[in-house]
Design a protein around this ligand. Structure first.
Ligand code: GDP
Length: 470
């Protein structure tokens, strides 16, 4: 069976800093030296290494190269990656320019971003040509700045236009005033959401507001830095991709496409959140291990999610839990997850939307860990926070000239704001409809229960409900 190959594109400061941390971790998980791309004694790397790496030269003396393209409109972060990653990355795939995007979506999307796009696309073509079987493309970027948001969106649109068949997962960092004081971030974020809504197959939100709080509360860090937040993100990303990189218990690996098919019940509802357990501080993780039941409880705790919201107060449209660690724990984990599923606020369209994956290969910092991916209606609350901040700026047209001078019009900006509102409303409708269904449930009305989470009947009824409300 062919392994699904996944390519990771990282854009802008946050995207590339996260990518650097992610690649270092997964090199270690596969037994690949993160400075040379080689393995000890020329051994074959662990697991389905070709999911995320290509090989150079004969297996044996050869080395393994991340399927990575890294790009920024300014040079410092890419230079930092070059100086700290030895000969791991293909240097032709590390692309930068000199000016930066000045924290402006329009520069990334309409200006300097367009100039660098052909080079980035040509490196992606090269990486795609090297794959036996493209499983999908992961885009790492923050959408509060200029490069990750503007160029990131331009790239996603170009990729989907050229390769509509490959699923694209955007992993998007949302801004928080606790981490950055740049006031125009709500503008950039709202502008980017339109592309993430229309062109990406799914978007996994990493909300700096929640991550800052998690690092502060769970890791006891007085004033967390972006490196701390990136460690949290890396743990989740390593957990999510583990099922693509290692065969599961009695199963083959799960491709990005399968994962998204399970998590996206209908195309307009494709914004995901995640949680990780255990959230033990990295320096204590070797000494403190969490039991399986506690881990599952913590995973679904409103306090653990990587987005500033309370998923247990919303509705879960779909859920995937990926466990890595000791396979003897599987019966206990199965039972605890089944009990947890009973407690979750689900919707009646997809009541069994709950996928579980098991991978025996542990992560670097924990012998046992779990990651939750959820499509939950509380994402509307997170997006609403950003839109609220956008409105506070836009009603006074604060910094409007930044964007108007780069070629955007007021009409376009109003259109992009309206698009974000439609997205929020889609989730609000899904939540209200789910809540109504719950009342019907209690009143004894029979509700048809599908046995598969991607049952086309459930997809149809959800789409109908959303459409009807428009
Ligand atoms: P760009 O290079 O123009 O895309 O700008 P950035 O990537 O710096 O995006 C700005 C946003 O990303 C702000 O909200 C920052 O707080 C956030 N940010 C910058 N660097 C990091 C990082 O390494 N990790 C995380 N989680 N957020 C970051």
């Amino acid at each position: 069976m062919k392994v699904n190959n996944t390519i990771v594109v990282s854009i802008g400061q946050a995207g590339n800093q996260i990518a650097a941390s992610f690649w270092k971790t997964i090199c270690q998980e596969h037994g690949i030296d993160p400075l040379t791309g080689q393995t000890a004694g020329g051994a074959t790397p662990r697991g389905n290494w070709s999911a995320f790496f290509s090989s150079l030269g004969d297996s044996g003396g050869g080395s393994f190269v991340p399927r990575a393209v890294m790009v920024d409109l300014e040079p410092s972060v890419i230079n930092q990656v070059k100086s700290t990653s030895g000969s791991l990355f293909n240097p032709a795939n590390l692309i930068s320019r000199t000016e930066g995007a000045g924290g402006n979506f329009a520069v990334g999307y309409l200006g300097a971003g367009r100039e660098v796009l052909p080079e980035v696309m040509s490196r992606l073509d090269f990486e795609i040509d090297k794959c036996d079987n493209v499983g999908g493309i992961i885009v790492l970027h923050a959408i509060g700045g200029g490069s990750g948001s503007g160029l990131g969106c331009l790239l996603i649109e170009s990729l989907k236009e050229k390769y509509p068949e490959y699923p694209v997962l955007s992993c998007a960092v949302l801004p928080s005033p606790q981490v950055s004081s740049v006031v125009t971030e709500p503008y950039n974020t709202v502008f980017a959401l339109n592309t993430l809504r229309r062109a990406a197959d799914a978007c996994l939100i990493f909300d700096n507001e929640a991550l800052f709080d998690l690092a502060h509360r769970k890791w006891n860090i007085e004033s967390p830095t972006v490196d701390d937040l990136n460690l949290l993100i890396t743990e989740a990303l390593a957990g999510i991709t583990a099922s693509m990189r290692f065969s599961g218990f009695l199963t083959v690996e799960i491709s990005l496409r399968e994962l998204l098919t399970n998590l996206v019940p209908q195309p307009s509802l494709h914004f995901l959140m995640c949680a990780f357990a255990p959230l033990t501080a990295p320096d204590r993780s070797k000494f403190e291990e969490m039991g399986i039941e506690d881990m599952i409880r913590s995973l679904f705790d409103n306090d653990s999610v990587y987005a500033a919201c309370s998923p247990m107060e919303g509705r879960f449209l779909s859920t995937a839990v990926l466990y890595r660690g000791i396979m003897e724990d599987k019966p206990l984990a199965d039972a605890a997850l089944a009990a947890m599923r009973e407690k979750l606020p689900l919707t009646y369209w997809i009541p069994t939307a709950f996928k579980i994956g098991y991978v025996e290969q542990s992560g670097i910092s924990h012998r046992k860990s779990m990651v939750l991916l959820a499509n939950n209606t509380e994402i509307a609350r997170v997006l609403d926070r950003i839109c609220h901040n956008f409105d506070k700026l836009w009603q006074r047209k604060a910094f409007a000239n930044w964007y108007l001078n780069e070629g955007m019009s007021e009409e376009q900006i109003n259109g992009l704001r309206a698009s974000a509102q439609e997205l929020i409303q889609s989730y609000q409708v899904a939540e209200e409809s789910g809540a109504k269904a719950k009342i019907q449930d209690v009143s004894g009305e029979t509700v048809s229960r599908s046995s598969s989470m991607d049952d086309p009947r459930s997809t149809m009824s959800l789409r109908d409900l959303v459409e009807r409300r428009r």
